[in-house]
Design a protein around this ligand. Structure first.
Ligand code: ATP
Ligand code: FE
Length: 337
């Protein structure tokens, strides 16, 4: 069956057509407007979604070579996210499903980041249950026990900032554009990860905290800049490598704790930060070093995309788990809801 997925929770408008669990198209329109503000401006995001949604859906259908009439269901992101952004996708999906008289599938964005692992590609491995998923994104940092497709348990999460925010705020301190995560990754490749040492937070076994680290980085940079005003410029690669090393160490230590606590050695990563080359390397090495079986999403399914919404919708479709016509967007929604 063909399912159309629509994602509009934050600042990317995306549409995807899948055939069963195979992706036929996955169109993502990034919104450039936010870059100069150093973060997402909700009003502008909503307006850009309104402009993008029709052409993006049209492109997704064209690339997949599928007509609207062939669709078996429409999946959309119900939440969590920015209300004004969610509303655009929700109302579009609702009216399209109503017009075509086909099922509407409401998707939890955080479940979708995880369930992207069930997309069937030539080279991809599909996880078996139960597995542990480290969800690392712009708004979340969680260790989730995935019992089956729609039964999940949060074992630990951040008590303050998300790891994506830690990357983005560190990048901002260094004067890099928004979102800064990919820039830190890029410069880190050329630097020495042991050049500078940052203190790791002390929180519960499976919980995270990143706001102290961010402050530590800010004070360190301010102090060095007072001594040498060109400090950042001259040492950008080493600074980025050291920040990234510290963050990835924190994540890996928590995963080790989770394995110790649950005995589960099947480990997946999901969310935008799982695009990071260092966490991908380290997870791959963990297969050899710790005997874990690891699942690393394809790069295009890490940051926000509609293919993950479509696959989640497809799994719901198989369960006859359809949304009512009166379904509403939810700015706050837990992965367990
Ligand atoms: P949520 O899914 O929690 O609602 P979101 O949808 O805004 O948040 P994602 O799109 O999943 O977040 O991820 C975006 C985040 O991923 C940003 O913080 C970005 O900096 C980060 N990111 C993307 N690529 C990389 C990378 N290579 N290294 C580090 N961080 C990265
Ligand atoms: Fe996301």
């Amino acid at each position: 069956v063909y399912i159309l997925g629509i994602e509009s929770s934050c600042d990317d408008t995306s549409a995807s057509v899948i055939c069963d669990a195979k992706v036929l198209s996955n169109v993502v329109a990034n919104q450039e407007v936010h870059s100069k503000y150093g973060g997402v401006v909700p009003e502008l995001a909503s307006r850009a979604h309104q402009q993008n949604i029709v052409p993006v859906v049209q492109q997704a259908l064209e690339q997949a070579n599928v007509t609207k009439e062939q669709l078996a269901g429409i999946a959309f992101t119900k939440g969590p996210g920015l209300m004004g952004s969610l509303l655009v996708g929700t109302s579009f999906a609702k009216s399209l499903a109503l017009g075509l008289q086909i099922p509407l599938l409401d998707v939890n964005h955080m479940q979708a980041h995880i369930l992207a692992h069930f997309i069937k590609d030539d080279e991809s491995k599909i996880p078996t249950f139960p597995f542990i998923c480290l969800t690392i994104s712009g708004g979340h940092t969680q260790i989730v026990k995935v019992i089956n497709h729609f039964e999940m348990e949060i074992l630990g999460e951040t008590i303050d900032d998300a790891v994506g925010e830690a990357f983005d705020k560190s990048a901002k301190i260094l004067g890099l554009p928004y979102p800064g995560g990919p820039f830190i990754d890029k410069y880190a490749k050329l630097g020495n990860p042991k050049a500078y040492k940052f203190t790791k937070p002390k929180v519960g076994d499976l919980d995270f905290s990143f706001s102290g680290l961010k402050t530590g980085i800010l004070y360190f940079i301010q102090k060095q800049q007072r001594i040498n005003p060109n400090f950042v410029e001259e040492n950008l690669n080493d600074i980025c490598a050291s920040i990234q090393f510290t963050i990835i160490e924190i994540l890996m230590n928590k995963l080790k704790n989770a394995v110790k606590k649950t005995g589960i050695k099947q480990i997946a990563i999901a969310g935008g930060v799982s695009a990071n080359s260092e966490i991908r390397n380290r997870l791959q090495l963990a297969e050899k070093h710790f005997g874990w079986k690891t699942y690393i999403p394809k790069f295009e399914y890490t940051t926000d995309n509609a293919a993950m919404i479509a696959i989640t919708g497809y799994l719901k479709f198989l369960n006859n788990d359809f949304a009512n016509a009166d379904v509403t967007a939810k700015a706050r929604l837990k992965v367990t809801e």
